[in-house]
Design a protein around this ligand. Structure first.
Ligand code: THG
Length: 367
C-alpha cells in the first residue's frame, strides 16, 4: 500500500514523538488523527501485550466535553443507557444513537462532575451531532473538544508500572472508575479501563506539553518490566469481542444488533433521542446480531471489506474483522449474522479474498 502524506488535517498527537522513537511500523487514521497499529509485528505485539505491559498512544479517543448546568440532561439525551445511577468517578460504555436508533458512536462516558462530562469517542464526528442537539434545544451547556489525550497502559504488568509512577493508591481504582493523581504538579484523571482484555489504565492527559514527559517517565520506570510501546491489537481485540465502530457496526445497526442491548435501558432512559425507535426494535428483537465466527484454514488476509457469510448458497451475514489467533489456533473474526444462522455451532462459509472457507458461528471467543 502507498504511504500517507502528512498534513495538518492528519493530526499528530502529544505522544507521536515517542511513538516514532519506538519504531512504529504502521498507522491508521481515526478521528482525523494518527493511530499506531503495528510496532514489531501484530503477532509479536499480541504476545507482548498478553505477558508484559505496553504504553498506548490512544489520543485518537478524542473527548467531547459537556460543561454547564444542562450537561447531564444533554448526556441522557444522547444515550439509551440510564445514567441516573451513575456517580461522579464512574465511566460508562454508552451506545449513542440517532433518531432511528442507528449507532452513531460507542464511546466511554466519563462523569467528571455533575456539570462536566467527557465523551471518549470512537471513530465518527460525534462533536457535530452533540453541538447540533445542544443548540437546537437551546441547552445551557458548552460543547467542545478540549486538549485532552488518553494514554493507555495495558497488560498484566500495568498495575506494577502505574504504581511506580503514580503511587500504590492507583491500584485501588476499580474497573470503569477513575481517580485524580499528580504527575509533575499536574492533575491527571486515571481510569481503570482500556481497549484490551488484559487489564490496565487510561490516563486522560490534559495539555499536550506534558505528553512526552509522561511518556518518557513511564518508559523509564518500566525498563525492567519489559515495557514497550503498543497499540490496540487486532488479534487480541477480536478474541476479546471488543467492537470497532465503522468496521463492525455503522449507523445502519441498532445497539441490539451489536450485542449492546445490555447497555440500553430504553424504557427508563427518558429524553433519549431514538427512544421510540429503540422501544420498537427492543420489543420485536433484532433479526441479525454481532457474532464470533471461527474461520478454518491458514491465516486470512486483512479484512478491509465486508466478507460475505454464506449458507446453502445464500448470504446470511458478513465478516467485518478477522485475524489469525496464535492462542486459539484458528482465524478469529467478528461478523453480523442473520437470526437463522446465529446459533453457536452453526456451520457457514466465508468468502475471503483467498477463496471460500468453512467457518463456525461461536458462542464467543472470550469468556
Ligand atoms: N477507552 C476510551 N475511549 C474509547 C475507547 C476506549 N473510545 C473509542 C473506543 N474505545 C470506544 N469503544 C469501546 C469499546 C469497548 C470498550 C470501551 C470502548 C470496553 N468494553 C468492555 C467490554 O466490552 O468488555 C467493558 C464494557 C463494560 O462492561 O462497561 O471497554 O477503550 N477511554
Amino acid at each position: 500500500m502507498a504511504l500517507l502524506s502528512p498534513s495538518r488535517r492528519l493530526r499528530r498527537t502529544p505522544f507521536s514523538d515517542g511513538v516514532e522513537a519506538a519504531g512504529v511500523k504502521a498507522y491508521t487514521v481515526y478521528n482525523h488523527m494518527l493511530l499506531p497499529t503495528v510496532f514489531r509485528s501484530v503477532e509479536e505485539d499480541y504476545h507482548h501485550l498478553k505477558s508484559a505491559v505496553q504504553i498506548w498512544d490512544v489520543a485518537v479517543e478524542r473527548q467531547v466535553e459537556l460543561r454547564g448546568p444542562d450537561a447531564a440532561k444533554l448526556m441522557q439525551m444522547l444515550t439509551p443507557r440510564d445514567l441516573r445511577g451513575m456517580s461522579i468517578g464512574q465511566c460508562f460504555y454508552v451506545p449513542i444513537v440517532d433518531e432511528t436508533g442507528g449507532m452513531l458512536n460507542d464511546p466511554v462516558a466519563v462523569k467528571v462532575a455533575e456539570d462536566r462530562w467527557w465523551i471518549s469517542i470512537a471513530d465518527s464526528d460525534l462533536l457535530y451531532w452533540v453541538k447540533g442537539i445542544a443548540n437546537g434545544w437551546r441547552l445551557d451547556v458548552l460543547v467542545d473538544e478540549p486538549d485532552i489525550s488518553p494514554l493507555g497502559i495495558q497488560g498484566p504488568k500495568a498495575d506494577e508500572l502505574m504504581a511506580r509512577v503514580f503511587g500504590d493508591a492507583v491500584k485501588d481504582i476499580r474497573f470503569f472508575r477513575f481517580g485524580w493523581f499528580d504527575f509533575q504538579g499536574r492533575d491527571m484523571l486515571i481510569a481503570r479501563s482500556g481497549y484490551s482484555k488484559q487489564g490496565g489504565y487510561e490516563i486522560y492527559v490534559e495539555g499536550s506539553d506534558i505528553g512526552m514527559p509522561l511518556w518518557n517517565a513511564l518508559m523509564e520506570a518500566g525498563k525492567d518490566l519489559d515495557v514497550h510501546a503498543g497499540c490496540p491489537n487486532l488479534i487480541e481485540r477480536i478474541e476479546g469481542g471488543l467492537l470497532s465502530y465503522g468496521n463492525d457496526m455503522t449507523d445502519d445497526n441498532t445497539p441490539h444488533e451489536c450485542g449492546l442491548g445490555r447497555f440500553c435501558d430504553t424504557q427508563t432512559a427518558i429524553g433519549c433521542i431514538g427512544r421510540d425507535a429503540l422501544l420498537r426494535v427492543a420489543k420485536e428483537g433484532p433479526i441479525q446480531m454481532i457474532s464470533a465466527v471461527s474461520i478454518d484454514g491458514p491465516a486470512v488476509p486483512a479484512c478491509d471489506q465486508w466478507w460475505p457469510v454464506m449458507a446453502n448458497g445464500k448470504r446470511v451475514g458478513r465478516i467485518s474483522s478477522a485475524a489469525w489467533s496464535p492462542d486459539f489456533n484458528t482465524n478469529v473474526s467478528i461478523g453480523m449474522v442473520r437470526m437463522t444462522h446465529w446459533d453457536a455451532g452453526t456451520a457457514v462459509q466465508v468468502e475471503t479474498p483467498d477463496g471460500t472457507r468453512d467457518a463456525t458461528v461461536m458462542e464467543k471467543f472470550w469468556i
